[in-house]
Ligand binder design. Structure first.
Ligand SMILES: [Mg+2]
Length: 424
């Protein structure tokens, strides 16, 4: 083995501080140094990011705008602009990839980097970190800072980046691991959410060291084998997963779209129109990927929740087919008398297959339908999605297709991997 290579992996987790809010402050001088809240693009009521000044006052992400105003009447509330944030993410990737080919975009404001094989080219880990930090200042903006975690795996690097915020650097090694684990909250671990925390608390586990000492079989009986193994590994700080470069093609397993309605929607027709529009959006994604699916799913959140999924024999890739496949169950749910209002809709299609592996339909051998859809896609691409819409959507408000902000969808990541602005 090359003597200059470290014997342990060196993983960085870089996390922008108060990202959306800092970007807004970067571009608008009058917001700097002030408490600000960034509002979800389609809602006036939910703060999805607060500036560090607002955080200091106790205004957290997820707060309602009226709550924020009670705490700080002068708080500036600005709508989110994901297109702007996404552009900055791309610039950031272009900086990171100068120091390693192993850069994974984990969310719109977080990356993992594996610098094990390149660290010797740049005079060490801290030299790389200071270069990245100063390039963020020069190339992205002096008001935007990032906190960086260093460790030998992704799990610990991610925990480390949150320890010294903002603009900090922290390293977790085998020597300080127990100390960090004693002070960390269970939910500081990526993959451990509130629900898992509550179940762990029921077993008498309140921190990661207690998780380490609990017998494995207790975890298996509570969580099942897969989750128990994950939790046991977490408790020892083990994580074997590798940094997957953003340029790597990842198999897309499903495509979906979620939409939070601007208000509680009591009008069933408007709900159905929104669902139809989401089906159209999902179908556009499918066709751009050259795929069809045969499982469809929907979830509705409102005064009652509704989840439905069904797998069909035939594959489909049009909005009309997706909607049609959902319709009968959807209709009976909406007209059951239990549903008063709907607030959030998610539509997805899974069980995907490449078009080239599927036989053409026997009943449409002329390809007329395909040609029509291709033309509609071309027009929509040229003039913006949904220029041509189904008659059912006449007079319905248009949804806008914008990056969803969290890159939860692999489709968005795939698009980024092929984006000419990001030099691979
Ligand atoms: Mg962040």
């Amino acid at each position: 083995m090359d003597k200059s290579l470290p014997d342990q992996k060196i993983i960085l987790h870089i996390d922008f501080d108060s990202f959306f809010a800092s970007v807004e402050q970067q571009y608008n001088f009058s917001l700097r140094g002030k408490p600000i809240g960034v509002l979800a693009a389609n809602s006036r009521s939910c703060i999805i990011a607060s500036s560090r000044e607002a955080k200091r006052l106790g205004i957290k992400t997820g707060a309602r705008s009226f709550e924020a105003k009670q705490i700080c009447p002068s708080i500036a509330l600005v709508p989110a602009d994901f297109i702007k944030y996404f552009e900055i993410s791309k610039k950031f990737l272009n900086i990171c990839k100068d120091y390693s080919p192993f850069v994974e975009l984990f969310s719109i404001d977080e990356v993992f980097m594996d610098i094990t094989k390149t660290v010797h080219l740049f005079d060490g880990t801290h030299r790389i970190i200071s270069k990245i930090k100063s390039r963020i200042k020069q190339e992205i903006g002096e008001y935007i800072t990032a906190s960086i975690g260093i460790s030998h795996n992704k799990l610990l690097a991610k925990m480390a980046s949150s320890i010294n915020k903002p603009d900090g650097v922290y390293k977790i090694t085998q020597n300080n691991l127990d100390e960090v684990f004693r002070d960390a909250k269970l939910t500081d671990v990526c993959g451990v959410g509130e629900r898992i925390k509550i179940r762990l608390n029921k077993l008498g586990i309140y921190n990661l060291l207690q998780l380490r000492s609990v017998p494995y079989y207790s975890l298996v009986s509570e969580f099942g084998n897969v989750e128990a193994e994950f939790l046991k590994n977490v408790s020892f700080g083990h994580d074997e997963s590798s940094v997957i470069p953003y340029t790597t093609y990842q198999q897309v397993k499903s495509v979906g779209r979620s939409y939070c309605l601007p208000k509680n929607e009591y009008n069933k027709r408007v709900v159905l129109q929104n669902i139809y529009e989401l089906c159209e959006e999902v179908s556009i994604k499918l066709r751009k990927l050259n795929k069809r699916g045969r499982t469809v799913g929907i979830s509705l959140r409102g005064n009652v929740d509704f989840n439905y999924r069904k797998t069909f024999k035939d594959y489909f890739d049009t909005g009309k087919e997706i909607y049609h496949n959902l319709y009968s169950h959807l209709y009976s749910h909406l007209s059951s008398g239990n549903t008063d209002y709907i607030r959030q809709i998610s539509v997805w299609v899974a069980n995907l297959e490449d078009n080239q592996n599927l036989q053409l339909s026997l009943f449409d051998s002329s390809g007329k339908k395909e040609r029509l859809i291709k033309t509609v896609d071309l027009i929509n691409e040229r003039f913006g999605d949904h220029t041509i819409r189904n008659g059912f959507l006449l007079y319905a408000d248009k949804l806008t297709t914008v990056p969803n902000g969290y890159l939860a969808d692999r489709y968005e990541r795939l698009k980024l991997a092929h984006d000419p602005d990001v030099i691979c």
